[in-house]
Design a protein around this ligand. Structure first.
Ligand code: SF4
Ligand code: ZN
Length: 953
């Protein structure tokens, strides 16, 4: 230790006295030697004083970042320390040395390069992830402003996304600065970059969701977003509006939306002006009044979505005169989409509240209203100028003309002349509420009620329905589901690996070939790694590009192609399935998940769902091993992941989550996430696109935060109240909660839990390598085929016999010898069996030891091959459909062989040397044979065969 400390001190001295070239070199060496090290490893390397070096690098960075010379190296070196900070020590020291401030300054410094800014953001992310106090520190340092400004000015997609994710992380568990963050995000909406607008609204939804109220300043910029010519921006705005209807800003928001259906005079005039100039290029029109109509169309669309979602909102919209405004929008003669969207929204109201139909008919006239009721979305093609004008200027007021609006809340007045009509409407509203608009209802109810509900109330609700899983393990909020899909798919679109089957699933237009191609990939990927499958898959598809080609192949060819992929029955089932498709289904692959499941051998629930969603676009989730892990972590499901309640819960979860527009991509994205980010060991939570939805992640961080509160005495002297860690309210009786206690060391890896693994079955198999000399003098091996069912079905192997404990090895040898005698048609004796050695081969559930013997036949006068036996040369054997165990046996024989040859050579050399020395030795053939027999366990096959031949001479 003393020695190490001495080395470290001289290292630090060299640093202190070195110029920037020396320091640059030292940083390079540090990075090479220490990347990926843990806190303890770094401490060991630096004799417990690693932070002395961190302080030096941080200070150097603070002094020189504006010149940018070694900024990249400095950031990377600091990254090593911060990532190793499972302990808070480095983080605290970094903070105290002003590291966070420097990182924020780097973001706005004009000389910093894009990758340096990206690295600074990543480091800030690490700091923020360390807990609430660190988040507060970043916010106190004006971090939100710096990050928001960076987001507004950055042009790189990836860095923008990192900045957005950082803002989102800062909003988690940071109540003190939540409002500041929220307002900064609202301000950012006015930024001109559509990408930033989209990112900001997406983050705003997450932040808003955690707040009790919404700020009125959000309304104007949000409604302005509906003018965007970018569909993604419009969609995000619509989603945010949907969420905001659960908050106190709802009345202002709805009335704002309705007024967008009727642009102001000035705006319309501006439009007239633009369209009167026929030569005006389209682009100028776009910057002129087009956005007004785009906004009008988006408002109509949003109104429809809101009304479909909630009868309450629907009624409020009616009382705001939405029908009159929609009719006005229908009169728009310039923008088709505005007319279509208004038609569709109007259709919704008319169908839900038939009382409106009569009024609409009056404004439209008979012919137009017939066309409207027949196909609302094509109405714009049917109207003439006069009809358009009357729609535009309609002054429909759905009231009795005495100031009583049909849809206002005046129905309590028993003398009201509209009471009858109102009752019809209200009945309709009630039935709509019961009919299945539950999603919308839940959303509205949840927004208002959830926030008020006391913990006990939640408990009561959760325990009322024992059979349904607690909401802690589900996604009860549709808005959350929408958000998760979008986070996951955005990530997948950017990060997915290009794999041959993915390419085929997208580029292959023939449905039959596409389904076949995905089927092959799914079967190959069962229990085999992607990297191994790629080569096999390419070769397979080249050789059998269609299901018909595969059906025409022999099982032998299929097994040969499959050799090395393991679990041979999979290849066999693919082959059987292809023959079934050709002979029983007229060559047509099944086209639904159900028929895939029923009609294809080897296709289970997961495989059918995967093929159905990826190749056929069927809306179904798919649960494989990766998805089990991701879902169990996302919803903190810790009971045995193979138990029936967990299995069912996972299927129901994924079926709820799957994106109806992109089911195949969604399923692949979940699997990709499990394979690359949410891995079994060392999950990369800081890079996870669905981190904000992850219960295990929040659980770990809430625990860490509690701990760091104690450790951070230096930064926070005031006691702060941390929210309790959210838990399942039914945990004691819950079939999805872990039965074992939480293990701090495991973190998110507490989920999922697997049942204790059964030890593999131990088996010993007696096997005999039977050789003869072939026609051209080359050795040939006798192989027999395994049964068509069970382990290694249909593969070729050396004659073998499973040893059972009850009979002796001699008895087994006798039985195997008798079997080989029948196979080759020669009466053999077991004394001809020579022991070669043992080979161990481990299957997933069997620990197999082959006890290898060999036997050489004197001539070729053996029985001709039958259907289940064949003689193969060594090279043919290597190509044949044999298992890895057989190849290992051949290898053993070869090594024994070369060992023997070496021994013989050595003996020869010795003999020559002895002769030189005049010592002549008389060695008899018998003696040689004796020696050979003595060492029979090490004999090479060829010398052994030679010996047996000599013996019989
Ligand atoms: Fe998995 Fe971590 Fe992402 Fe949660 S945050 S899903 S545990 S990688
Ligand atoms: Zn539970």
């Amino acid at each position: 230790m003393k020695n190490k400390l001495g080395k470290v001190l001289s290292f630090l001295r060299e640093w202190d006295h070195g110029d920037r070239t020396v320091r640059g070199r030292m940083l390079n060496t540090f990075l090479i030697q220490n990347t990926g090290k843990t806190f303890y490893e770094l401490e060991l390397e630096f004799a417990q004083v690693a932070s002395l070096f961190l302080a030096r690098v941080t200070t150097w960075m603070r002094l020189t970042y504006m010149f940018g010379t070694f900024l990249g190296l400095q950031l990377n070196a600091i990254g090593i320390f911060l990532s190793a900070s499972s302990h808070d020590q480095y983080l605290m020291e970094f903070l105290e040395d002003g590291g966070v401030l420097t990182l924020l300054e780097i973001l706005s410094h004009p000389k910093s390069k894009e990758e340096e800014k990206a690295e600074a953001l990543r480091l800030l992310h690490t700091v923020s992830n360390a807990g609430r106090k660190y988040k507060e520190f970043i916010c106190e340092s004006d971090g939100v402003k710096a990050i928001a400004e960076f987001l507004a000015t950055s042009n790189a997609d990836k860095t923008q996304e990192t900045a957005r994710a950082l803002l989102e992380t800062l909003s988690h568990g940071n109540p003190k600065y939540q409002i500041q963050l929220y307002k900064s995000l609202i301000a950012l909406m006015t930024c001109s970059s559509p990408k930033v607008q989209q990112l900001v609204m997406c983050t705003l939804r997450t932040v808003q969701f955690k707040m009790n109220t919404a700020h009125h300043s959000i309304i104007e910029p949000l409604l302005n977003m509906l003018r965007s010519l970018h569909v993604e921006v419009q969609d995000e705005a619509t989603n945010l509006i949907l969420l905001l209807t659960s908050y106190d800003v709802r009345p202002v928001l709805l009335s704002g939306l309705v007024s967008l259906l009727r642009p102001t005079k000035e705006e319309s005039q501006k439009h007239q002006l633009n369209t009167e100039v026929p030569s005006e290029p389209e682009i100028i029109k776009r910057t002129g009044s087009l956005p007004v109509f785009v906004q009008q169309a988006a408002a109509a669309k949003t109104i429809r979505l809101l009304a479909e979602d909630s009868p309450d909102v629907s009624r409020e919209l009616l009382s705001l005169g939405v029908i009159q405004h929609l009719l006005h929008t229908l009169g728009n003669r310039e923008h088709t989409d505005a007319q279509i969207q208004a038609s569709m929204a109007l259709e919704h109201f008319v169908r839900e509240y038939p009382v409106i139909e009569e009024q609409v008919q009056r404004v439209m006239g008979c012919t137009l209203s017939e066309a409207f009721m027949h196909k609302a979305e094509t109405l714009y093609m049917n109207k003439d100028e006069t009809q358009a004008e009357s729609l535009l200027t309609n002054n429909l007021n759905i009231s009795d003309g005495k100031g009583c609006n049909l849809f206002s809340s005046c129905c309590s007045n028993v003398l009201c002349t509209n009471r009858l009509v109102c009752n019809v409407v209200m009945n309709k509203l009630r039935s709509a509420m019961h009919k299945g608009k539950r999603v919308g209802l839940e959303m509205v109810k949840k927004g208002t009620a959830k926030r008020k509900k006391s913990e006990t109330a939640v408990k009561e609700e959760d325990t009322k329905n024992d059979s349904a899983p607690s909401t802690y393990h589900t996604f009860p909020d549709p808005a959350d589901v929408v958000l998760l899909r979008s986070h996951l798919l955005n990530w997948y679109d950017k990060e997915k690996r290009e794999l041959p089957w993915r390419t085929l699933a997208v580029t292959e237009s023939d449905l039959n070939i596409r389904t076949y191609a995905v089927w092959v990939s799914e079967i190959m990927l069962q229990q085999t790694q992607v990297a191994t499958v790629i080569d096999y898959y390419n070769k397979w598809m080249k050789r059998w590009p269609t299901v018909q080609d595969l059906a025409a192949a022999t099982l032998e060819e299929v097994n040969q192609m499959w050799a090395g992929l393991g679990y041979y029955s999979r290849g066999k089932r693919l082959h059987e399935g292809s023959q079934k498709v050709v002979s029983e289904l007229k060559g047509q692959m099944p086209h639904t998940v159900d028929s895939l499941l029923k009609q294809l051998p080897g296709v289970g629930r997961y495989t059918a769902a995967a093929i159905g969603s990826i190749s056929l676009g069927q809306v179904t989730g798919a649960v494989d091993g990766n998805v089990i892990r991701v879902l169990c972590r996302l919803r903190a499901i810790g009971a045995d992941s193979t138990s029936p309640p967990v299995t069912e819960a996972l299927w129901s979860l994924v079926n709820k989550l799957v994106d109806p527009e992109r089911p195949g991509d969604f399923n692949q994205a979940m699997m990709e996430l499990g394979a690359r980010v949410c891995t079994p060991k060392g999950p990369l939570c800081s890079q996870c696109p669905v981190q904000t939805h992850c219960r295990s992640y929040s659980k770990v961080h809430a625990k860490q935060e509690k701990k760091s509160q104690k450790l951070l005495g230096k930064l926070d002297r005031k006691p702060s109240t941390l929210p309790d860690i959210e838990e399942c309210v039914n945990s004691r009786t819950c079939p999805l909660c872990p039965s074992e206690p939480w293990d701090d060391k495991l973190g998110v890896q507490n989920f999922p839990r697997k049942p204790a693994k059964k030890p593999p079955r131990v088996e010993r198999t007696l096997t005999c390598v039977v050789l003869r000399t072939g026609e051209d003098g080359e050795d040939e091996y006798l192989l027999t085929q395994r049964p068509n069912k069970g382990l290694l079905a249909g593969l070729w192997e050396f004659p073998s016999l499973l040893l059972d404990d009850k009979s002796s090895e001699v008895k087994h040898k006798r039985a195997l010898c008798a079997e080989i005698s029948t196979l080759v048609g020669i009466n053999l004796s077991e004394s001809n069996f020579k022991c070669v050695g043992e080979v161990v081969h481990i299957f997933s559930h069997i620990h197999q030891t082959y006890v290898v013997h060999s036997l050489s036949l004197k001539d070729r006068d053996t029985q001709t091959p039958t259907e289940s036996t064949q003689w193969l040369t060594k090279s043919a054997l290597q190509e044949a459909a044999v298992s890895t165990g057989v190849k290992k046996i051949v290898k053993l024989c070869d090594s024994v062989d070369s060992q023997k040859e070496q021994t013989l050579k050595d003996g020869k050399r010795k003999k020559q040397a002895n002769m030189k020395n005049g010592k002549k030795h008389q060695t008899t053939k018998k003696k040689k044979l004796g020696a050979a027999n003595m060492s029979s366990r090490q004999l090479s096959l060829s010398s052994f065969f030679k010996t047996v031949k000599d013996e019989s001479d």
